[in-house]
Design a protein around this ligand. Structure first.
Ligand code: HEM
Length: 202
């Protein structure tokens, strides 16, 4: 099944690289005062800013692609039975996979994501990434950031939202990569993201 057209593979590669770069440089900024840093502070700032601008541009590939291509159908949530389906998939990840059970929601051209993938991809792509990008621009251009919100500094609030989104995206990335090893073979989903073709029924 051809599930990942060229634009998705290009966007995904750029997105993964920029996210990795931003997580590493972001951690260097966060822990800049402790001992010898992995990357010196001023270099980490420059790399983080460049990575943030690059991530914003690459997000447009995803956003526009998902407006103008049929891929958007995979991001439409159907609420009926969603909790039950998510629970079934969660149970599979927790227990079924270790008992060699079959995937409860095998991949088809109409449904390339299982319910947990679908919900997590929608939350990450349409809430967490926009939040981190908008707050990142707010920190990069402090003059455009609202100065006070309910008596609290707008910059501090922006910073807190930025850090929380970054933390969530980092955790997502670790879980995402682990769950991507649970295809027909440990490498099959990664190969699919390189060739565009999904192999196997799960
Ligand atoms: C080194 C890092 C990463 C690796 C190895 C990786 C691997 C993969 C693989 C193998 C797939 C295809 C399987 C599937 O459809 O679930 C996939 C899809 C996807 N990944 Fe990643 N990923 C990485 C980072 C990220 C990051 C940082 C994000 C978002 C912040 C992300 C978001 C997505 C999304 C939304 C899809 C579905 C794309 C679509 O078909 O519409 N990935 N990833």
């Amino acid at each position: 099944m051809y599930l990942y057209p060229k634009w998705i593979r290009l966007w995904h590669l750029l997105n993964a690289l920029f996210c990795l770069m931003l997580i590493i440089t972001g951690l260097c900024l966060q822990y800049s005062g402790k001992g010898r840093p992995l990357i010196p502070f001023d270099k980490a700032v420059a790399l983080h800013n460049t990575g943030g601008i690059a991530l914003s541009l690459s997000y447009f590939i995803f956003f526009l692609g998902n407006i103008f291509s049929p891929n958007k159908k995979h991001y439409r949530l159907k609420y009926k039975g969603l909790w039950k389906d998510m629970y079934t998939q969660f149970n599979y990840y927790m227990f079924g996979v270790f008992k060699g059970q079959k995937h409860p929601f095998p991949v088809t051209e109409e449904n390339k994501f299982n319910p947990l993938q679908k919900v997590s991809y929608v939350l990450i792509m349409y809430i967490a990434l926009p939040l981190i990008i908008i707050t990142g621009w707010g920190l990069l251009l402090p003059d455009i950031t609202i100065s006070r919100v309910f008596g609290v500094s707008g910059l501090i609030l922006t910073d807190i939202i930025h850090i929380i989104s970054g933390f969530i995206i980092s955790i997502f990335m670790i879980i995402h990569i682990y769950l991507c090893t649970l295809g027909s073979t440990p490498g099959s989903l990664f190969k699919g993201m390189i060739s565009g073709y999904h192999v196997g029924e799960d």
